[in-house]
Design a binder for this molecule. Structure first.
Ligand code: PGA
Length: 243
């Protein structure tokens, strides 16, 4: 694993943006895997900045987000569809039909999972996948105990994840209990992975990811087996790493 320590959140975001922009400039029809949550917000700001400056175009790019809540409509401001449009897609030249998220607001969730997985394959697979990490080691919404062989599937969210995400909702009762997420195997098939980690509260999870045993009890540990992972951690998140 390639570990880059950034001074702070801004530098972490700038470095991640550089990777993505280089990828898109070298391969204009790149397939990017994107993430939501607090961590990549700065990355998306940087991308918009560079797009506005004319450094990059997303006209031919396709994106696939890691996950989406079940039962929230697209215009619900807590849906990841809303987040991605509000924080990135509406500000760059990506084609709407090329910006993909799992459909968590449908009768047939199983079918939505299958379709999502095959759309990724049809697009040629993911060139770079952006990841965050949960305090419990989740990647996407793959909670501890998820099979390493999993593909896009429906998950019951951990109580700890619902608590962590309650900050975005009026109360924890409003946080959906289920989500659709790319599976661990779907994530591992990406040709390159960039994991962003920020803040002291993530330091322990990052240390476990890097040095801990590879176990389904801590999903992110599987990344030790991926051939092309770059971790960009800010100063506080990297505090427990010795390298
Ligand atoms: P965060 O979430 O970026 O909001 O901390 C990361 C995650 O849970 O994967």
């Amino acid at each position: 694993m390639n570990i880059i320590k950034a001074e702070n959140y801004k530098e972490m975001s700038q470095l991640a943006a550089k990777y993505l922009i280089k990828q898109v400039n070298e391969k204009p029809n790149s397939v990017l895997g994107l993430a939501t949550g607090s961590t990549p917000e700065g990355l998306y700001k940087e991308i918009i900045h560079h797009y506005t400056e004319g450094d990059v175009s997303f006209k031919e790019v396709a994106t696939f987000n890691l996950d989406e809540y079940v039962g929230l409509s697209k215009d619900n401001d807590q849906s990841y569809y809303y987040y991605m449009h509000n924080l990135l897609f509406d500000h760059i030249d990506i084609k709407d039909e090329q910006a993909n998220l799992p459909n968590g607001n449908t009768e047939n969730l199983q079918e939505a999972c299958k379709q999502y997985e095959s759309s990724i394959q049809e697009a040629g697979g993911i060139d770079i996948q952006i990841l965050g990490i949960g305090l419990n080691g989740h990647i996407g919404f793959n909670e501890p105990g998820t099979s390493f062989a999993s593909q896009t599937h429906i998950v019951e969210l951990d109580e700890s994840t619902r608590k962590a995400n309650a900050r975005f909702f009026d109360s924890i009762d409003d946080v959906p209990a289920q989500a659709i997420t790319m599976g661990i195997d779907s994530i591992m098939q990406s040709r390159q992975i960039i994991l962003l980690v920020s803040g002291s509260q993530k330091a322990e999870a990052l240390e476990k990811l890097v040095n801990g045993p590879i176990t389904e009890k801590f999903p992110a540990s599987i990344l030790q087996k991926h051939a092309n992972v770059t971790i960009i951690a800010d100063h506080d998140a990297a505090a427990k790493l010795s390298v």
